[in-house]
Design a protein around this ligand. Structure first.
Ligand code: SF4
Ligand code: SF4
Length: 453
């Protein structure tokens, strides 16, 4: 059994971060105070398929690694949080679980946002993480499926994080879940799903609820879970393109204080003091008599339910709250410590079913199989960002013109919270800046020179 320090060093050097979300460096989650370790297979966002498929295929490897991490941190129990509807994955897990004492399944409803850490922790342990607190404050640590698979590859096969699974869904001929080298362009990734089925597509990076409109030229990072290809006039695209100044005017004109945004807010339902309807009233009336209404925006998880589902007026509490939150952070304000209220019995009736969410967002037609193609594809050029995680960007240790081998460390962890970055293909470094490193395969470079002569 490894010691925490040993595993922590290995995880940091192999560049492992949360494979999705904000990319929190995984070594920093290893803590001897962990009582319960949770494997997150809730696949929070609509349309995503990668975690259930990866866990089905590598149930033995992932369960074993998850167990070893649990033993290393001294966890009393290990829980695999998984939706009841992932029947094939559950079957695969049942075939291996007997070998691991203190490991159980935590079955989840098909609701949104089941994969939000705070929601997941409550669902499988009935513990509420305090507003502004961390899971470890209540003795819990959460890792997602691909993150644990990456730990397996690092520990057992000596492979650092050099590729990423990405679900490509939406307006494409053949939705698919592909493994691509980190730094592959979004355009090249989307091509693996066949032709676009729409003339003027928009690439939505991440899930439809929390993702962002991106460009075909931007690179896949360690946290890119999905590319959703949508038509320009799709509801979700139009919502993302709205301007905050207009949103505020629309809210001032038509927020009727119905409280639906607060009633269905997953964090409010767990007793956290975030009340979007009060924020909408205070922000639109510029009423600062109760400053906590603004400060409490820091307890919003940006899940998007209030503006994508709850508000019948089509208003945008999440986006307006996000602007305020960013302003508070920019001014160095940290979330205050707060105690949650008790969880009410009405919570169970205020969960949002995934099927209704998809129907409301006009996504049901895109909910198709996206089979897993697990062999990493070959690409000739990658642009690898030095900041793909929360914390300090990695520091480049290669220079332009240098030959690098796939898996070689090309940027080392910086001081503080940081992880290493590795070459995802073998080739020649053609550019190094303070933001990224470009690697090109040698024969592609030569071909380019010959064409230019
Ligand atoms: S749901 Fe919409 S209309 Fe109702 S209080 Fe919230 S923002 Fe206002
Ligand atoms: S985005 Fe809206 S629903 Fe989600 S946590 Fe924030 S206020 Fe609540």
């Amino acid at each position: 059994m490894m010691e925490i320090e040993q595993l922590s060093k290995l995880i940091q050097e192999n560049g492992i971060v949360g494979a999705g979300g904000a990319g929190f460096p995984s070594y920093a989650k290893l803590n001897a105070k962990t009582e319960t370790l949770i494997l997150n297979c809730a696949e929070c966002e609509p349309l995503l398929k990668l975690h259930r498929q990866l866990l089905e295929k590598y149930a033995a490897e992932i369960a074993d690694t998850f167990y070893k991490i649990g033993r290393t941190v001294g966890a009393k129990e290990m829980v695999i949080g998984i939706k009841k509807s992932y029947k094939k994955t559950i079957e695969a897990l049942h075939a291996v679980l007997d070998a691991y004492p203190n490991m159980r399944l935590g079955l989840l409803d098909e609701v949104y946002p089941a994969g939000d850490e705070v929601v997941l922790i409550y669902e499988v342990t009935k513990k509420v993480v305090k507003p502004g607190g961390l899971p470890i404050d209540c003795g819990v640590a959460v890792f997602n499926v691909e993150t644990v698979y990456n730990v397996y590859r690092a520990v057992e096969k000596n492979i650092p994080v050099i590729d990423k699974l990405v679900s490509v869904v939406g307006e494409v001929e053949h939705p698919v879940t592909v493994r691509v080298p980190i730094g592959t362009s979004i355009e090249e990734t989307v091509r693996l799903a066949g032709n676009n089925t729409h003339d003027d597509p928009v690439y939505f990076i991440g899930g439809p609820m929390m993702g962002q409109i991106g460009s075909g030229l931007q690179p896949v990072t360690k946290t890119t879970n999905a590319v959703l290809v949508l038509p320009q006039d799709h509801l979700i695209v139009r919502k993302k393109q709205r301007k905050a100044s207009i949103d505020l005017k629309r809210a001032a004109a038509s927020c009727c204080q119905c409280t639906m945004c607060t009633d269905l807010c997953p964090r409010n339902r767990l007793g956290h003091p975030i009340e979007p309807h009060l924020f909408m009233r205070a922000a639109t009336c510029k009423d600062v008599q109760e400053p906590n209404i603004f400060i409490n925006t820091m307890f919003c998880s940006s899940c998007g339910l209030c503006e994508m589902y709850s508000c019948m007026q089509g208003l945008s509490p999440r986006s307006l709250i996000a602007d305020y939150k960013a302003g508070l952070r920019a001014n160095g304000i940290k979330p205050p410590k707060a105690e949650p209220k008790p969880v009410g019995t009405e919570r169970d009736y205020r969960k949002v079913p995934m099927a209704r969410l998809m129907a409301r967002l006009d996504l049901a037609k895109y909910n198709k199989k996206a089979p897993l193609a697990d062999e990493a594809i070959t690409v000739s050029k990658v642009k690898i960002l030095l900041s793909q995680h929360i914390g300090a960007p990695a520091a480049a240790v290669v220079h332009a013109g240098e030959q690098v081998q796939k898996g070689q460390m090309i940027a080392q962890p910086a001081q503080g919270l940081s992880v290493g970055i590795h070459a995802s293909i073998s080739g020649t470094v053609s550019a190094v800046t303070d933001q990224y490193i470009v690697i090109e395969k040698e024969h592609e470079k030569q071909k380019g020179c010959a064409e230019n002569e």
